[in-house]
Write a protein that binds this ligand. Sequence first.
Ligand SMILES: [Zn+2]
Length: 292
Amino acid sequence: MTLPRDLYVGFTGSPLDRAEPARHDADALAALAGNPAALLLDMQDYLPLTADGALGWKPLPSLPPEELLLLGLIDGIPRFARIDPEAVAARRWAELMTVLDSLSPGEGGTYAAARSVLDWHARHRFCANCGAKTAPHHAGWGRLCPQCGTEHYPRTDPVVIMLAEYEDRVLVGRQPGFAPGRYSALAGFVEVGESIEEAVARELREEAGVVATGVDYVASQPWPFPSQLMIACIAEVAMDAVTLDMAELEDAKWVDRAEVEAALRGDEDAVFGAPPRYAIANSLFRAWLARS
Ligand SMILES: [Zn+2]
């Protein structure tokens, strides 16, 4: 399929050079942390402190190595975030959503990486193999069990998010927790032992009772709540009769191009409210409209 070259996808395009070799080289890591220009991502309880759509940074204070998360280099300057040994798992606040709306996608990408790794540390303090307390290693990109030697790494959970398409209309659904009027693409976790295409077909069948006859990949995005990889697809379906799984969706409906355009513009009389710009569902609607 033909996609717009300038398709905006939130949380992508970070300027970070992740400097991966330094994660395994204590001397290189110490040199980066000792660089007088090194910077620490300015966050308060996972909330980024921002100005004019950009993340805030402050001089890197002296921290023990196990509290250093090496994000990488931006403009040749080492960038770190702090692994707080006392941190608890992250939550989502309305305030954060407002901040994310203001961030450029590249800045959102840097934040997404930092947030997901820091949140992972807070949620994974103990070894899944033997139960002992683990400690950060590899410059914060893993944890090591001192008792059994098992290494643990941040995980990414794949989620498919898709528009079912039938005769130039797409299916949008509404979950009970959505903001009033909001509809979005259907979505679900990829299960163990499934391909992306199979997950798309299964989710559409389970949630809406529609049968996919073809699946096109569109784009992907990291989603740091807490650490998904969203895989956006468009699926042709065999017919437009819908059978809703009311445990997942409280409503679903077919919308045409004019209705999607009105929703993306935020028109007051639009038949549904579009997802926010940083969510790939928004990009997916734009990609569908641009599809030739
Ligand atoms: Zn262990």
